[in-house]
Design a protein around this ligand. Sequence first.
Ligand code: UDP
Length: 390
Amino acid sequence: MKVLVVGGAGYIGSHMVKMLLAEGHEVITFDNLSSGHRDAVLGGEFFLGDLAGQAELDAVFVQHRPDAVMHFASFIQVGESVRRPDMYYRNNFSNTLNLLDAMVAHDVKHFIFSSTAAVFGEPDYVPIDEAHPNRPVNPYGRSKWMVEQILADYDHAFGLKSVCLRYFNAAGADPDGLLGERHDPETHLIPLILQAASGRRPEIQVFGRDYDTPDGTCIRDYIHIVDLCAAHLLALQHLIGGGASERFNLGNGSGFSVQQVIDTVEKVTGSKVIVVDGPRRAGDPARLVADSTRARAQLGWEPMFADLEAIVAHAWAWERKFSGDCLFRSANSQRKTRTSWNVTDQLNGIKATKIVAQEYVEIFEHIHEICRNSGEAHRIIEQLVERLKL
Ligand code: UDP
């Protein structure tokens, strides 16, 4: 089958592309690379394009004639959505409408939508099933809920069949170690704690210890990225097999507190993490745990990596690879050694070593020396590699 993966260069999208290719599907990634990474797209066709541009969308549909579309390209930060609702309604809502209209125009009838637990808002009860009322409390959640509602209308009017997958907390990394989380800035709990464990950041802040939970920190349902992608494959089969439009909540059904996640990271990494207590983050419900009975029953979905330690272990393997092994192993090593090792490691990570001339490598090492913050150096180098088309 031919699948158009919109946002296939991002965290979840890139894992999805890898899984679709492994399952023998033809994949076309459509991404504007505003936050994704070209080198995270491990195969298939790549189409650099923006959902805001109807001509680009038309071109990809005419050129590739996909059987189905999976849509991962959205903004994902709750706090940012409160400050900049315009961005969230423009991208997550209006641009998605462009995509749906292109599907209708080109007669593509199967759509899988990345939705979120944020469509529920402050829960009346946990675990949260699909019957739970939808009362999103921020523009991010509202933008996703609006799309879900539009999808019902598009099914009715145009016969466009969709599956909305409400992710709880996507986490972990590709077990083969080829892909992982590379958000910039990173805001998610597990990668942030791992970066504190690897030395890429000095500490982790806990947003509130006065919640009504056993240890006072927020409880979330962490779901492995591979399990999440597996649910998309099953949803695709469901639609292609003539199934009706559906909405599914996706999580493991067990909640872990922020403190439990920190403890698990310390256990898996063997590193002590510096923890600073901070105030609550606006819009954070105390508990979000999924009831995924419907996905299990209707799709036959069964998580493979329900264990938090497995999720953290895969994410840790990625963090070590990405941040540079020696940076995590020895904070005391010579800066010169660390610098050259990290640049080489990073270039390896972006598969550019063979074609990067020595003078560029030296420039990158110089950048690394100037930027004492290695995270910043990583970002600049990646942008340069992309801009210079190395
Ligand atoms: N969190 C935290 N410190 C951080 C980032 C997150 O204490 O630096 C908490 C956050 O308040 C929430 C949980 O960790 O309770 C998971 O947050 P994340 O941003 O990873 O996902 P969300 O639940 O917002 O989708």
